[in-house]
Design a protein around this ligand. Structure first.
Ligand code: ADP
Ligand code: MG
Length: 626
């Protein structure tokens, strides 16, 4: 029988310390949290060798009174809570009363501290949990904590530390999070004698983000600010087009504490769905504030995990806050036009130019290709809808105008064939402002490569990918209406599927029927398609069933995603393709739709629908302005 021993205090302390102090970064995190709780406005952190040999944290907070100093290093000694009920609404970062005890158990600790009411401060030293010095000293208000030789008395733990550089990087990451979550505090980090981070502490999140994440990222961010149902969400998120390949730039703060919350991350990412490219992740720095009693932070010693009493409320608030931000800002990607380098012509007078031009080698002139005027419908015919409505008369090409005389009505007055044959249609089709109410007139410039519509609005030119735009418009409409008109196929089509896809299709027959598909099991891994949404052409039946089956397998159990995917597929198939011939009136109407609706920024797969070139940038490029 092994004998049972009650461990001496010193060993018990070492075991307890293990939970709190894993590496230098854990000490830094706890100490900086203490400085924040002490109301500091300036915190300086210095580390050497990744913090393994030396950590110093200096703050200008409230300090510790002389007779309280030794107490602060005892386990479960804290000034932040008194009674068990205090645990139910924790407003400070610390509360467990363990950090100083744990740190001093596994290192050599020295503290200088002074409160504003004392004439003298306190100098205290404690090594491996044993007090070695306790004296009065002259020092500034606030606290300086110095931690040397981490794990000097527990060599086994020392072995688990990584290289100095990695430990140092982990410390940096901790400080970055703290600087982002407390932008009212000026942080300074010094690594091996070099200052590697400094924030101004001016109270603006954007300043902290600029210092921590750099200019490139901070330029892509848009503000978030919404309070919903008692949950306040503020911060900055990136434009959908600036999403990144990893989640490295996601920061969540709950009541001022950095946390890792699946709920908040999922809500944010969900808000980007259908706007960001698949496989890309948003950059965000989000602060969520909720009543202290609705969250439990006492789940894990590191306090980065939290539990909400009402997850759904938090999810809904974050989702809506982020979604609003994405939709309200003008988040279209913009091309920055930089003037060509070394363009000496830019600075020449007309006289200088003429003289220089004369000296330039003469370019060999190649025979000029003959410029042919393209007759309107050429390569492919205008696609007709099942009910034979010409493509451009379809609803989605109408601006959002109730009744009255609209652009489309004007066109309808002309015989359709006329429009198709006619000379290039005159551009000044009047779209009266009050009827669809875009703030500035939208003018069609033309179309490049039968793919990109070029339009002008206010002081900008927009290039619009017509397939992506049309796909997005259809998708939004489908999502809004929920009812999709169906058309029966005169001759049902048999579609052969494989394994999983066949099973998924059969299992979702009733879901598909809500979206205009009538599909039956035909045995032998095939299905019989009797009807498809009427916005699709009949030739698409087989292709769309195969695609739908494929996405059903991919999106297996998430209902919302399965439906979205079906709608994507329908929208994509029904949308006009790049390369198709479109008439001017269609182009104009599509441009109006896109430029008047902030929800048409990205196609459902997350590709951008339009990008903007500002007049200002063109003028810069051409040297009209400097
Ligand atoms: P906790 O933060 O959970 O209370 P700690 O062990 O981190 O426990 O600190 C113990 C106590 O020491 C704190 O409650 C606080 O009163 C005091 N303290 C620690 N660091 C500081 C500081 N930088 N400034 C003022 N007081 C501090
Ligand atoms: Mg603490």
């Amino acid at each position: 029988m092994p004998k049972i021993n009650v461990l001496p205090k010193s060993i018990a302390e070492l075991i307890a310390a293990g939970e709190v102090v894993e590496r230098p970064a854990s000490i830094v995190k706890e100490a900086v949290e203490n400085s924040i709780d002490a109301g500091a406005t300036h915190i300086t952190i210095e580390i050497q060798r990744g913090g393994i040999t030396y950590i110093r944290i200096t703050d200008n907070g409230c300090g510790i009174a002389n007779d309280d100093v030794p107490k602060a290093f005892l386990r479960h000694a804290t000034s932040k809570i008194e009674k068990a009920v205090d645990l139910d609404s924790i407003s400070t970062l610390g509360f467990r009363g363990e950090a100083l005890a744990a740190t001093s158990a596994v290192s050599r600790v020295e503290m200088f501290t002074k409160t504003i009411d004392e004439d003298f401060g306190t100098h205290y030293k404690i090594e491996g949990g044993e007090e070695v010095l306790y004296e009065e000293v002259g020092c500034p208000d606030g606290t300086t904590l110095i931690v040397r030789d981490l794990f000097y008395n527990t060599p086994a733990r020392m072995k688990f530390l990584k290289k100095d550089v990695s430990e140092g990087t982990t410390v940096s990451a901790i400080i970055e999070r703290q600087a982002l979550s407390h932008h009212e505090i000026a942080f300074k980090l010094i690594r091996d004698g070099k200052q590697t981070l400094a924030t101004s502490g001016d109270g603006k999140l954007s300043s902290a983000v600029y210092s921590v994440l750099g200019r490139e990222i901070s330029n892509t961010l848009i503000p978030v600010n919404l309070t919903l149902d008692g949950v306040k969400v503020t911060g900055l998120v990136c434009k959908p087009v600036s999403c990144r390949a990893s989640r490295a730039y996601q920061f969540t703060f709950l009541n001022g504490r950095y946390v890792q919350s699946g709920t908040i991350t999922a809500a944010t990412e969900q808000a980007y769905k259908n706007s960001a490219m698949v496989g890309k992740f948003p950059v965000f720095v989000l602060g969520v504030e909720i009543p202290f009693e609705t969250v439990d932070v006492n789940v894990h010693p590191a306090k980065t995990q939290v539990r909400f009493s009402d997850e759904k409320r938090v999810f809904t608030a974050v989702y809506n806050a982020v979604k609003n931000a994405i939709l309200s800002g003008d988040t279209r990607p913009e091309i920055a036009v930089t003037p060509p380098k070394n363009n000496t012509f830019l600075h020449m007078t007309a006289e200088q130019y003429r003289q220089t031009a004369v000296k330039l080698p003469v370019q060999e002139t190649k025979p000029q290709p003959k410029v042919e005027v393209e007759p309107e419908p050429k390569a492919e015919p205008v696609r007709l809808k099942a009910d034979n409505t010409p493509f451009f008369l379809r609803d989605e090409f109408k601006p959002n105008v109730p009744e009255k005389k609209t652009v489309v009505d004007i066109v309808k007055e002309e015989p359709v064939q006329e429009v198709l044959k006619s000379e290039p249609i005159r551009h000044e089709v009047k779209v009266e402002e009050k009827e669809y109410s875009p703030k500035e007139e939208i003018k069609l410039i033309g179309e490049a490569f039968n793919t990109y519509i070029v339009a002008q609005k206010g002081d900008s030119i927009f290039m619009i990918d017509k397939h992506a735009a049309h796909e997005r418009i259809l998708f939004n409409k489908l999502k809004e209406n929920h009812v999709i008109e169906s058309q029966s196929l005169l001759v049902p089509v048999t579609v052969k599927l494989i394994g999983d896809e066949y099973t998924a299709m059969i299992n979702n027959v009733s879901l598909l029927s809500e979206y205009g598909f009538e599909v039956e099991d035909f045995g032998n891994e095939s299905v019989l398609v009797r009807a498809i949404p009427s916005m699709l052409s009949k030739e698409d039946a087989e292709g769309i069933i195969v695609e739908a089956a494929h996405s059903l397998v991919q999106k297996g159990n998430v209902d919302l995603e399965r439906i979205d995917d079906i709608l994507h597929t329908v929208a994509c198939k029904a949308a006009i393709k790049a390369g198709y011939i479109t008439s001017d009136i269609e182009r104009l109407n599509l441009a109006i739709k896109v430029l008047s609706d902030n929800d048409i920024m990205y196609c459902p797969h997350g590709r951008p629908v339009a990008f903007e070139i500002k007049k200002y940038n063109l003028e810069k490029y051409f040297g009209r302005i400097q």
